[in-house]
Design a protein around this ligand. Structure first.
Ligand SMILES: [Zn+2]
Length: 121
């Protein structure tokens, strides 16, 4: 991969990393505020519990994405960026443009998702 193209991905990933760190931090903070309110108003407790769960899940999704972004940045450093983790073939340019933190090529992604469905179901 060309150096300037790699540098472009690195910048995008660093931006995404920064944005996610901000979001995860804000979610944690907001969750805490909700907890304090529930002590004041017990009538809203069910509602608050739902809200808290919602934000907890959002936080988990962000955290997972953050981990993927960090992994992609590590791969830029060690030179394996843009290579499928499963079949070691290059990941298509279009796919990387859409998802710079993609770990697999499109074929392997499909297989991995199928496997996840099988183990989950
Ligand atoms: Zn693959």
């Amino acid at each position: 991969m060309k150096k300037d193209r790699l540098a472009g991905f690195k910048k995008r990933l660093l931006d995404k990393q920064y944005q996610l760190v901000q979001e995860v931090g804000r979610t944690a903070l907001y969750g805490k505020d909700q907890e304090d309110d529930s002590i004041k108003d017990l009538g809203d407790q069910a509602n608050t519990a739902y809200t808290r769960e919602f934000f907890f899940e959002l936080g988990n999704g962000d955290r997972r994405l953050l981990r993927e972004v960090v992994t992609a940045l590590q791969k830029i450093e060690d030179g394996s960026f843009g290579t499928c983790e499963r079949c070691s073939e290059p990941i298509a340019d279009k796919r990387l443009d859409a998802l710079p933190f993609a770990r697999y090529c499109i074929d392997c992604q499909r297989l991995v998702e199928e496997e996840e469905r099988m183990t989950a179901g």
